[in-house]
Design a protein around this ligand. Structure first.
Ligand code: PEP
Ligand code: MG
Length: 752
C-alpha cells in the first residue's frame, strides 16, 4: 500500500526557485541542487535529470541524487528507449511500481539502479520544445501514488525554463567577436509618431541594450584591476540581479516570472566566467577580459537560427555591462532611471525591467511587433510613442526629450516655453484625477433597470484600480499578457499561481477568464511560426488554442484549479462556429475529467461562454445561444471584421466606425438572440467605455458592460441619468438609419 505524502507545500514558490541560485557556483551545481531539492520534496531515494539533444535524439543523464555520480554524462537513452525515453517521446508521465522487472526497463551497468523498484519519469517541456526528462525512484515497491506523479509533473514544469536555459549555456561553443558601429549628430526638432501609451514625460534620452553595452565596453578603470576585483564585481552583479528580480516580483507579480534568470544563470556559467578568469590570469585587464568574452558570447547567440535563442545575446550584453559597471564604476547602469529610452524594438520583458529602473518614457522605432508592448506600457503607466524615424538613433545620449504621448509627439531639445506649456497641461490632468467622482456600489437607470459594471484587466495590478472603482467583477481578463511578456510559454503551474492570486484578490466576485487570444497584433516573440501575411486572418486566438492543444490544456487546467472555490467563467475568443465552440468546451470537459481522476481540487462547473466578435458568429448567433452560457461582445474585433478595417492601421482609421449601421444592426441581432434564449450578454470592447453608446446599448437590452476601470465613473454617470424606455425608442430610431452620417447626427444631438 503506497504511503500518503503531505503535498501541502510541494509546489515551489518563486522565491524558492530564485533561492536555487544562491550558493550554486556552476551550472552542473544548479542541476544537482534541483534534483536534491526535488528528492527531498518528494521523499524519494533517487531523483535524476536527463537533458535531451535534438541532433542526436538522445537523452543524457546530467545530475542525480541517489544514483552513482560516475554515470553522469555516460548514461544515454534514445528517444523512446527505456521508460524515461518513452516518457519524453510520448510526452506523458510513465510510472511503475516494480520498474526493474518491467519489459521496457533499460539496464545500465554500474549505475546502481537495481535496488530501486518504484519509478516515475516525466517529460520536461518548454512550450512545444522537448527539454529533457526527470525521474524519481524508490527502493520500496509501489510507492508513488497518482497524486505524487501529478505533483512531480507540476514541480518539473516549474523548473522547465531554468533547466532549458542551463542546457543552452552548457552546450554553447565559442568562435569570434563582432565589430561596433558609430553615429553622428542630427538636426531636427520634432517627430510625429503614433500613440502607444498616453502620458507626458520630460527627460534625457538614453538608448537601450546594444548602445548601453557598447558604451560600457569602451570604458576602463583608470587604475590596474585584479582578479579579486573581478570576483567582487561578479558577486555585486549577482546581488543586483536578484534585487531587481525581487523588486519586479513585488510590483508585477503575474508578469514577473524569473525574468532575470537567464542573466543570473550566465553568472553561474563556469565556461563563461572561466574564460574571463583565464584571460585575467594571463595578464589581460579584467575590464578587457569581460569585454572580449561577452562579445564572443553575444556573437555566438547572434548567429543562432532560432529567434528565441538569438534574443539571448541581449542578456549576455546586459550581464556584460553590469559586470563592467561593477568593475569600472563609470558605466552608469542606473542611467535609465528618470530618462526617456529610445529603442528600435523592445521585448515586453525589457519594458518590465525598464519600469523597475524608473524609466520616464519610451520611444519605439518600429511598429509591427510592438503593440503588445504598448498595452503593457499602459498598464505600467509609462508613456510610449511609436515613431518610424531612424534619425532618432543619431541623437546624442543625454539630449533632452519631451514626449507628449497623448498626441504622439516627440520634441527634441524643446524650448523652455514648450516645456512650460506641457507642464501646465499635465498639472491640470493630475488635479482632475484627484477629484474623481465617488461611485455607487450598484448601477440603476432612472427607471430602476439594474446594470452590471465589470472591469477589463490585463495585469493583476489592474485589479486594485478595478476594486477602487467598485467594479462588480472581472468581465474580461486578457490572459495573454503573462504569455506575451515571457520568453517562452508559461507552464500550467506558473499560470496557476497567477490565476490563483487573481481569484484570491477578487474575494468571491465573478472572474471571466478569456482563454489565450494571441495572434493578430499580439505576437509571441518565442513562437517561431508567427510570420503570416495576414495575421488578423491567421492562426490567432481560439484557432491557435485548438491547434496547440497541449498549450490550451495547460491553460484550462490552470484556470479550473485556480477557480476551484470561486465563480469563474471561461470565455473563448474569436469563435466562428458552433463546432469551434463545442470543440473548445469538449476540451474543458476533458480537463475536468482528468483533474477529477487525478484527485486535484478544481472547478467542476465553470460557466462557459463566448466572445462575439466575428460576422460569422453573428450569422450563427441563435445556434450559438443554444450552446453558450453567455455572450460578451468584443466590439474592437467585431468592427474590424464587419467593416474589413484593420484596427491597427492608421491609414484606414477614419473608416473604423463603431456607429456604422452594419455594426449597430449586428449588435441588435446578438442582443435579440441572447434575450430570446435567456443568455447573459455584455459588451467588453472599447465601445463599452464610451458614454455616448450607453443609450443605444440599454435600448437594445444590453445591461452589462466590462471596461477599463478608469472609465467606470463616466460610464456610470451616464447610465444613472438614462431612462430605459426612452433609450429603447432612441435605439429603434438609430437602427432604422441606413447612412453613417445620419446615425452620427442622432448620436450627437441626443438629449435623453
Ligand atoms: C475586442 O475585440 O473587443 C476585445 C475586447 O478583445 P481584444 O481587444 O483583446 O481583441
Ligand atoms: Mg478581440
Amino acid at each position: 500500500m503506497p504511503m500518503k505524502r503531505d503535498h501541502s507545500k510541494l509546489l515551489c514558490d518563486l522565491s524558492e526557485l530564485t533561492a536555487l541560485f544562491t550558493d550554486t557556483t556552476n551550472l552542473d551545481g544548479l542541476l544537482q541542487k534541483i534534483v536534491d531539492m526535488i528528492a527531498l520534496h518528494m521523499d524519494a531515494d533517487v531523483c535524476s535529470v536527463y537533458l535531451y539533444y535534438e541532433d542526436s535524439q538522445e537523452l543524457v543523464l546530467k545530475a542525480t541524487h541517489g544514483l552513482n555520480p560516475e554515470s553522469i554524462n555516460k548514461v544515454r537513452l534514445k528517444l523512446g528507449e527505456g521508460l524515461t525515453g518513452v516518457a519524453l517521446k510520448e510526452l506523458r508521465p510513465v510510472s511503475d511500481g516494480d520498474a526493474v522487472n518491467h519489459p521496457g526497463f533499460r539496464h545500465f551497468d554500474g549505475i546502481g539502479e537495481e535496488k530501486f523498484a518504484s519509478f516515475v519519469a516525466v517529460p520536461i517541456m518548454r512550450g512545444q520544445t522537448r527539454v529533457g526528462a526527470m525521474t524519481l525512484q524508490s527502493i520500496q515497491k509501489d510507492v508513488f501514488t497518482p497524486d505524487d506523479v501529478n505533483v512531480f509533473r507540476a514541480i518539473t514544469s516549474q523548473m522547465a525554463t531554468t533547466i532549458e536555459m542551463t542546457k543552452l549555456l552548457m552546450s554553447l561553443e565559442r568562435p569570434a567577436a563582432a565589430p561596433v558601429a558609430h553615429k553622428s549628430v542630427p538636426e531636427f526638432k520634432m517627430v510625429k509618431g503614433r500613440i502607444g501609451a498616453e502620458g507626458f514625460a520630460l527627460g534625457p534620452l538614453s538608448f537601450v541594450t546594444r548602445t548601453a553595452w557598447e558604451e560600457c565596453a569602451v570604458r576602463s578603470a583608470g587604475r590596474p584591476l585584479t582578479l579579486a576585483d573581478f570576483h567582487q564585481a561578479v558577486l555585486a552583479t549577482e546581488k543586483e540581479l536578484k534585487d531587481m528580480q525581487q523588486a519586479i516580483e513585488e510590483k508585477l507579480f503575474d508578469v514577473a516570472s524569473l525574468i532575470f534568470s537567464a542573466q543570473i544563470l550566465m553568472l553561474k556559467d563556469q565556461a563563461m566566467l572561466g574564460a574571463m578568469e583565464e584571460r585575467i590570469r594571463k595578464g589581460v585587464a579584467p575590464e578587457q577580459a569581460v569585454t572580449e568574452v561577452v562579445r564572443e558570447y553575444a556573437g555566438r547567440f547572434d548567429r543562432m537560427t532560432n529567434q528565441f535563442l538569438r534574443e539571448k545575446k541581449y542578456d549576455v550584453m546586459d550581464v556584460g555591462s553590469r559586470l563592467l559597471n561593477n568593475l569600472v564604476g563609470v558605466c552608469d547602469r542606473g542611467s535609465y532611471a528618470k530618462s526617456i529610452v529610445v529603442a528600435r524594438e523592445l521585448l515586453p520583458s525589457d519594458a518590465l525591467k525598464l519600469s523597475t529602473q524608473g524609466v520616464l518614457g519610451l520611444v519605439l522605432l518600429s511598429g509591427g511587433v510592438t503593440s503588445h508592448v504598448a498595452v503593457l506600457a499602459r498598464s505600467l503607466n509609462i508613456p510610449l510613442v511609436i515613431a518610424d524615424e531612424d534619425r532618432m538613433l543619431d541623437l546624442i545620449p543625454g539630449t533632452r526629450l519631451l514626449l507628449d504621448a497623448s498626441l504622439g509627439n516627440i520634441y527634441i531639445d524643446p524650448s523652455e516655453d514648450t516645456v512650460r506649456k506641457f507642464q501646465e497641461k499635465e498639472a491640470l490632468k493630475v488635479n482632475a484625477l484627484k477629484v474623481a467622482p465617488s461611485l455607487k456600489d450598484e448601477t440603476r437607470t432612472q427607471d430602476g433597470v439594474r446594470i452590471k459594471l465589470l472591469a477589463n484587466i490585463n495585469l493583476i495590478g489592474d485589479v486594485a484600480v478595478a476594486r477602487q472603482y467598485k467594479a462588480e467583477g472581472i468581465g474580461l481578463y486578457r490572459t495573454e499578457f503573462p504569455f506575451m511578456v515571457r520568453s517562452d510559454f508559461p507552464t500550467e503551474e506558473e499560470q496557476y499561481v497567477i490565476y490563483r492570486r487573481l481569484v484570491e484578490s477578487m474575494k468571491g466576485a465573478v472572474i471571466t477568464f478569456r482563454t489565450l487570444d494571441i495572434g493578430g497584433d499580439k505576437v509571441l516573440s518565442y513562437y517561431d511560426d508567427h510570420k503570416e501575411a495576414n495575421p488578423f486572418l491567421g492562426l490567432r486566438s481560439i484557432r491557435f488554442s485548438l491547434k496547440h492543444r497541449e498549450i490550451f490544456v495547460q491553460q484550462v487546467r490552470a484556470i479550473l484549479r485556480a477557480g476551484h472555490d470561486a465563480p469563474v467563467r471561461i470565455m473563448f475568443p474569436m469563435i466562428a462556429s458552433v463546432d469551434e465552440f463545442t470543440a473548445a468546451r469538449g476540451l474543458v470537459d476533458a480537463c475536468i475529467m482528468d483533474l477529477k481522476a487525478e484527485g486535484i481540487a478544481h472547478q467542476s462547473k465553470p460557466v462557459i461562454g463566448i466572445m462575439v466578435e466575428l460576422p460569422s458568429a453573428v450569422e450563427m448567433i441563435d445556434d450559438l445561444a443554444q450552446e453558450a452560457a453567455f455572450f460578451s461582445v468584443g466590439t474592437n474585433d467585431l468592427i474590424q471584421y464587419t467593416l474589413a478595417v484593420d484596427r491597427t492601421n492608421e491609414k484606414v482609421a477614419d473608416m473604423y466606425l463603431p456607429y456604422h449601421p452594419a455594426v449597430l444592426r449586428s449588435l441588435k441581432r446578438i442582443a435579440d438572440a441572447a434575450l430570446k434564449y435567456g443568455r447573459e450578454i455584455s459588451v467588453c470592447g472599447d465601445m463599452a467605455h464610451e458614454a455616448r453608446y450607453m443609450p443605444f446599448f440599454v435600448g437594445i437590452g444590453i445591461h452589462a458592460f466590462s471596461l477599463d476601470a478608469r472609465y467606470l465613473p463616466r460610464v456610470q454617470e451616464r447610465l444613472l441619468s438614462l431612462d430605459s424606455g426612452k433609450a429603447k425608442i432612441f435605439s429603434e430610431g438609430l437602427l432604422r438609419e441606413s447612412r453613417v452620417d445620419a446615425v452620427l447626427k442622432k448620436l450627437e444631438t441626443l438629449a435623453l
